[in-house]
Design a protein around this ligand. Structure first.
Ligand SMILES: [Zn+2]
Length: 124
């Protein structure tokens, strides 16, 4: 394979990675602003009324909280029921996107470096 073919293939590869990085990193993602490493957890409750079913162990349907650690302390934030679905989607998206997006940026930096080296070498 000739040098210019290699260079061509490298360029197209860089462009593809570039596009994926933009998709992953561009625009406000739904998990922007969420604490690092937080998780969504349900809590079942007793309401405190003496004759309620929850006294017999049938606890009330879950209240959802985001839980995370901050400076070694457990923190939590109530998530209203109508936002639980969206929050689950956001957390799932973060789980899926974060590590690949980081790895892609590393790869992209390496590829750009290689591309520049090939380009410079051609003019020696
Ligand atoms: Zn109750």
């Amino acid at each position: 394979m000739s040098r210019s073919e290699i260079s061509q293939r490298l360029s197209s590869r860089v462009n593809r990675v570039d596009t994926r990085c933009e998709t992953s990193a561009g625009g406000p993602l739904p998990f922007a602003g969420l604490p690092q490493a937080c998780s969504l957890q349900p809590e079942w409750r007793r309401c405190g009324k003496p004759n309620c079913r929850c006294v017999r162990g049938l606890l009330h349907s879950p209240y959802w909280y985001l839980r995370w650690r901050e400076c070694g302390r457990q923190r939590r934030q109530y998530v209203p029921r109508e936002r639980v679905d969206a929050m689950q989607v956001a957390l799932e998206q973060r789980r899926r996107l974060r590590p690949p997006a980081w790895a892609l940026r590393q790869t992209l930096a390496e590829l750009r470096h290689l591309e520049k080296e090939i380009h410079d070498a051609r003019h020696d």
